[in-house]
Every structure is written in structure tokens, then in C-alpha cells.
Design a protein around this ligand. Structure first.
Ligand SMILES: [Zn+2]
Length: 340
């Protein structure tokens, strides 16, 4: 058994209060921050999208959720400026390694037990796809830091179960040497010197336009962070400690097709309904909460921090034939589609 195997094993067995290093990718709204202005039907205008914004929304949410669940948390950024962008995709060919190394050094010197980088993906070509991808350092099935593949699998298990997203393919976990084929030992810079169990999550594809619309919703980003926290709970065998759960879903109009002409997977061919109120009631019919969908063309609604029980969803302005019944169980995310 190697030192790192011993160390990783000890962490999982011994850590009472695990420490998580969270690295929300990119920052600064500059050119390496993947600016993606696009025509948003519901907003009726061109809307900006920056990967750094959704990464930060996920990162902030993950820090808050993990602290609430009793973890220690360290994060590489809480703002979105160029100074906060310790670039991840600078591939460490030869020199100029300091900014990336800084993240790795921060993680190593923070006493963290694991390292999680949060990103979204893009194909870089005309073809569109949408699936969650987890990358760790090394060859697929043979990570350089013991536990990185387990951590990746634990997190992907929850991220793939997001039923607001529409996936074009199954989730995938891979070693970065295998995935990128850049040559031995190159791989992702941020994972390069990382001795911790470490992974980089590409939660979904932001160049798939219906997904980009969802990523503009901060609650949708919160939901991905929640899923990541569930995977981290499983990794540290802390699942089942937190009894609250959530109902998430999408309101869409099957009578209207999205005007957007690109690829559309599953229910994404329907127009999401913007600015519509969804009401959550308990089994006695008492109103618990309400959520009005945003005007950014995603139809997303989320009710969080729910006690286990039977709930009903209603839409006052567009009555359903009957309320949608949803059962909430601790540790299991519940989903509902409201399709007209
Ligand atoms: Zn990224």
C-alpha cells in the first residue's frame, strides 16, 4: 500500500469534520472566461452568459450547504474578478505555472481532505450534447491520487439524476491522461500537483442553449451544488445525517416548440413557461411555499429544505386537471414535470 492510499483510507475512516476545498472555475468576465451572449426568447433580448458566474453560483451554494452539513470548507474565490481567476486551463507546458500552482498550493496548505473544481462544459465544435463529466488525474480507472475515482463516481451518481436537465448521453468519469490524450503527465493543470483525492466536475454543457438558460437560474446552480454535496456525503460515509430534501422541476408548454433552431433533447423541444407561479401545499392542502419561474427561458422551479412527507403542486393561473402529488423522502431528490 502506498502512502497516499494509507492517507486516503485514514481520512475516510477518521475525519469527523472533513474539510473540502471548493474551486469554482474561471473568473473575471474576461476573454478566457468564455463570454457567451445569446438571444434569449423569454427575455426578448440578448443575454450575457459567463461560465464563471454559474460556477461561482454553484461554488457559493456548495460552501454554504457543506458548512450547514457540518463540513469545514475552503474556497479559491468568492468574487468574480480577474484577480480571483487562478486559471485552470493553463496547461503547464514548461514555464508560467504560478497561477495554477497557486490553487494547488492553496488546497494542499489548507488541510483539505478533498478537492472539487466546479465547471460546465462546451464541445468547441458545432455539435451539441449534454451530459455530466467528472475528470480526475491519471488514466481512467487508475487515478494518481487514491480516492479520486471514488469521489468522481459518488458525485456523478447524483448529478446525473437531475431531471430538470435533459441529457443526450450517460454521465462519464475519466482520467485526464486518457480523456485528453495530450501525452503522459500533461492533463489538467489544476489536478497536476494535487495530492488530495481531487476531481473536476463539468456538470453540464453550457453551449447547449436550453441548458445555458437553466444555468442562468441561481437556484438551478444551487441544485447542482446540492447534488455535489450529496456525493460528498456518500464519499465520507456521512449520508443520511441530513433529513431535509427538495422538489425540483420544470414548467413547459407542449403546445409551443422552442423557436431556437439548434439541438433539443427530450422535453427541451417544448417552450418553458416563464413568470408562472407554482404553489406547494402539504397533504392537508395548506400552502407551504410558492415559486415563480424566472424570465430567462428555463421554466425551472425548486422547493428546498422540505421535511419528508406528501406534497401537492398547483399552478393558480393555469389550473392542472388535478394537483401533482410528490413524495419527499430524506436523502432522495424529488422531481416533477408540469407539462401543458
Ligand atoms: Zn470551465
Amino acid at each position: 500500500m502506498t502512502m497516499s492510499a494509507l492517507w486516503a483510507g485514514n481520512v475516510k475512516e477518521a475525519a469527523i469534520r472533513p474539510r473540502v476545498f471548493v474551486n469554482p472555475g474561471h473568473g473575471g468576465h474576461d476573454s478566457n472566461d468564455r463570454p457567451c451572449p445569446f438571444a434569449n426568447d423569454a427575455a426578448g433580448k440578448t443575454v450575457e452568459y459567463y461560465e464563471s458566474n454559474s460556477n461561482l453560483a454553484k461554488g457559493d451554494a456548495l460552501c454554504e450547504i457543506l458548512r450547514h452539513k457540518g463540513y469545514d470548507v475552503v474556497t479559491s474565490r468568492v468574487k468574480n474578478t480577474t484577480a480571483d481567476d487562478l486559471p485552470l486551463f493553463q496547461f503547464l507546458w514548461g514555464g508560467a505555472t504560478l497561477p495554477l500552482y497557486e490553487i494547488v498550493a492553496l488546497a494542499a496548505n489548507s488541510g483539505a481532505d478533498i478537492f472539487v473544481a466546479l465547471h460546465s462544459n462546451a464541445t468547441g465544435v458545432a455539435k451539441r450534447m449534454n451530459f455530466p463529466l467528472a475528470l480526475y488525474r491519471g488514466y481512467t480507472g487508475s487515478p494518481k491520487s487514491v480516492g479520486s475515482d471514488e469521489l468522481s463516481a459518488a458525485i456523478l451518481k447524483y448529478v446525473r439524476d437531475n431531471k430538470m436537465a435533459q441529457w443526450s448521453a450517460p454521465e462519464r468519469a475519466a482520467g485526464d491522461y486518457t480523456f485528453y490524450n495530450w501525452g503522459y503527465g500533461v492533463g489538467l493543470g489544476v489536478l497536476r500537483y494535487n495530492k488530495l483525492p481531487a476531481m473536476l466536475l463539468e456538470g453540464s454543457f453550457h453551449d447547449y442553449i436550453p441548458e445555458r438558460c437553466r444555468l442562468l437560474n441561481a437556484d438551478y446552480c444551487w441544485h447542482e451544488a446540492w447534488e455535489v454535496s450529496q456525493g460528498i456525503d456518500d464519499y465520507f460515509k456521512r449520508g443520511g445525517r441530513y433529513k431535509k430534501s427538495l422538489i425540483a422541476g420544470v414548467v413547459a408548454d407542449s403546445g409551443k416548440k422552442r423557436s431556437y433552431s439548434g439541438a433539443k433533447f427530450g422535453r427541451d423541444e417544448y417552450q418553458p413557461v416563464s413568470g408562472i407561479e407554482v404553489v406547494l401545499k402539504d397533504y392537508k392542502g395548506k400552502k407551504v411555499a410558492s415559486y415563480t419561474t424566472d424570465r430567462l427561458d428555463n421554466g425551472v422551479f425548486i422547493f428546498r429544505n422540505l421535511d419528508p412527507g406528501i406534497y401537492h403542486l398547483e399552478v393558480p393561473s393555469w389550473p392542472l386537471p388535478e394537483p401533482i402529488e410528490v413524495i419527499v423522502q430524506a436523502g432522495i431528490n424529488s422531481y416533477a414535470e408540469i407539462i401543458y
